[in-house]
Design a protein around this ligand. Sequence first.
Ligand code: PMP
Length: 433
Amino acid sequence: DAQQAVAETELLERREHSFATVQEHYFETPPQIERGWRHHLVDTRGRGYLDMLNNVTILGHGHPGLGEAVHRQWQRLNTNSRFHYASVVELSERLTGLLPAELDTVFLVNSGSEAVDLALRLAWAATGRQDVVAVEEAYHGWTYASDAVSTSIADNPNALASRPPWVHTVAAPNSYRGRHRGPQSRRYAPEAAARIRELADQGRPLAAFVCEPYYGNAGGMALPDGYLRQVYEATRDVGGLCVADEVQVGYGRLGSHFWGFEQQGVVPDIVTVAKAMGNGHPLGAVITRRDIADAYRTQGYFFSSAGGSPVSSVVGLTVLDALRDEDLQTNAREIGAHLKDRLLELAERHALIGAVHGSGLYLGVEFVRDRESLEPATEETAAICDRLRELGVIVQPTSDRQCVLKIKPPLCLTRRSADVFADALDDVLTHGW
Ligand code: PMP
């Protein structure tokens, strides 16, 4: 064990020398994770952790069917995407089959950032305009355009001050905290609509409105009822397009719906997908209407070397097969409902829990120092995550205030493991961190 500890420390030191340190990583002294199985991670000392964080690995770790499919395809063929092969067609058909009929055309890329970037480029090409409205407290990626519409100050304290002039923001439609709370949160939509009209009146009509249809980055929170319906209407009234960023919340995680936008009763013009789509393999997609996709021709041809490669396409198809065959959306709904009940019960006994947000296996536990002032319990949240890690549970803070536990485990989570997590949280809140 002592030898193992020395080896781990050495590896961490080497990491500091060779790997850019500005990259997000977990915990002061991260466990060295080399294996995973379903919703568990295993470190080099053989210690298992419950993975309550990993929204990328939607099927769970070490999925045998996915491993075998990738192995088979790699031995057969992987190449850039200039060629014609069945899996790229089948994946495109499967994606459009999961969406309303008008969303009939697919671009395959390699990440969420690329998907959002391409979505904005499509909106620019199709409308001939550049202005975009994004909501505050949102994250959409790191490439030029996706970063421009990322307004969260958690990753970048200058996010709001450094926007390019074509990005306009509206208030975070946060019904728990912010300008409008509870039933008053219905006011966010008319305010956003008024801003969109105002921009048009000033001669800057929108190319696009971009938003997560379920507020992932703010802590897994539903948008106020009717929010997207009203804001989409205002966007379309001025000739703009509506982009739904499903990178985090789509693919069945919400339990009640496969896509976040369904929960709002709207149909977007452009949908972006990634993360879950590849179960951790770099894979993303933009799905839109044929007329919008065709408008890209004014920019030339679209080409992404590995986007929709044979291996990536097989990954995409295998993930969709497993989601269906293992009934993971139903599991997200049932286990998610049980876990939310357990967390709501904890909120009755622990004053630090201000709210439990979310749906299915996308939940957020928001910690506050005071339930009236809603002062965020930021330091407490970090300490609670560290203590939970010691107890064998991996979970991390989110939101601009870093006071929300983001709970987005693989969708194969069991009831027993949901209870292990709730019991561990109860223990930490009772006995201290
Ligand atoms: N959109 C949303 C909503 C996201 O949460 C993320 C990643 N956190 C992205 C886009 C960017 O995805 P990627 O990291 O795959 O580039």
